[in-house]
Design a protein around this ligand. Sequence first.
Ligand code: ADP
Ligand code: MG
Length: 286
Amino acid sequence: MTLASDLASAPNTPPIALRVEGVSRTYSRKGRNVRALNNISLSVLTGEFMTIVGPSGCGKSTLLQIMGGFDRPSTGTVATAAGPVTGPSRDIGMVFQRPTLFPWWTVEKNVSWALRCGGIKRREALRRSRELLELVGLRGFETAFPNELSGGMQQRAALARTLSLEPSVLLMDEPFSALDAQTRELMQEELIRIRQVAGTTIVFVTHDIREAVFLGDRIVALSGSPGEIALELTPDLPRPRTREVMRSQEFLDAYEAVWACIRDQARRASASTRAGMRQGDEGRTT
Ligand code: ADP
Ligand code: MG
């Protein structure tokens, strides 16, 4: 297992696709400031599959939204090789937890529409959307409407639509968490296959440690309240991944390292909450 600090100095490191530098984000809620992210710095390498894992509420979605230009950091910067990220662009694709397809259009139209918006002619857009639907395993469902598809198939269609824009970085926010356990496992393997073919750089957010270790070339664990990088590691697992790796010692070690880190953080957070409550109680009795 390699820690990220070793990776930074490794020779032949691929170029950086997306750089997050000193990013913090504070929300203002009911007159109170809530710090969601604190001083996050990381570099996503070209062709890398990075997973970001952490408990619910630790700031994963906030970080991804900032990476995609959908939200602005309170301090810090985000940049791709093309320059600073100041808003959403075709260069950075996003797949959300729930597929966001237009229900009144066929699957094929949902994908070709994205291509048409990018200035591609109708016939070419249709040809490319069929290719992409084949890539994501939806051949034969081109003319189906979203509500005729299962959740997993809808997520495949949403992925095809995002890939159609050929983003240099694909951001995925817990894309399989609404799926049943079997479909979810299938989709993880499918994503590995699709990524193998398309060669896309991926940042994948999840609260599931097994999923994070199974998919990630590099795993970034966030602690909560505010979200900070608690651990980065690069397990030495074979590619392309198959479920066999889950039985390897390297996988179990990586899983344990992430789990220990998140468990420690959670214990500390709950101890400080308890201390805060005790102080509050003492305050009330005096
Ligand atoms: P995660 O995706 O890890 O579950 P989020 O990024 O959604 O976490 O949220 C991190 C923290 O920021 C939470 O405390 C959440 O309540 C807060 N937060 C997120 N979005 C907003 C918002 N638009 N306004 C106020 N607080 C927010
Ligand atoms: Mg989230």
